[in-house]
Unconditional design. Sequence first.
Length: 133
Amino acid sequence: MMIMEFKMKPDVGFYTEVGFGRLDIAGEDEFGFRPYQLLVSSVAVCSGGVLRKVLEKMRMEIKDIHIQADAERIEEEANRISKIHVHFKIEGSNLDERKIGKAMVLTRKNCSMVQSVIGSIEVEETFEFVNEN
């Protein structure tokens, strides 16, 4: 079990201290990261990290992975996130679309953040090659 402690800020929001530093969280952009941004970031970056490891194990020569993530929200339901689309722009040499497709399946299965939201948030992952050799 991991316990995080959040302290109220005098103006708006809360903060926590983690190993990397202070994380400010608030419902308003000027006071910290917004909760939905952290949720979308968690899904996107967890997926990206798992994809990177899977591609390395497949001995794919990856130079860079750029991730674009967008979220659909339902205003009538407390503005909840209903869908997150994660798009990977993969740069490398000798990239194989079929192998990347298999890697995407493994990524979804092994990303703890995607697995945590399945059933309540639709997650769609897509990819494209950039500067392919």
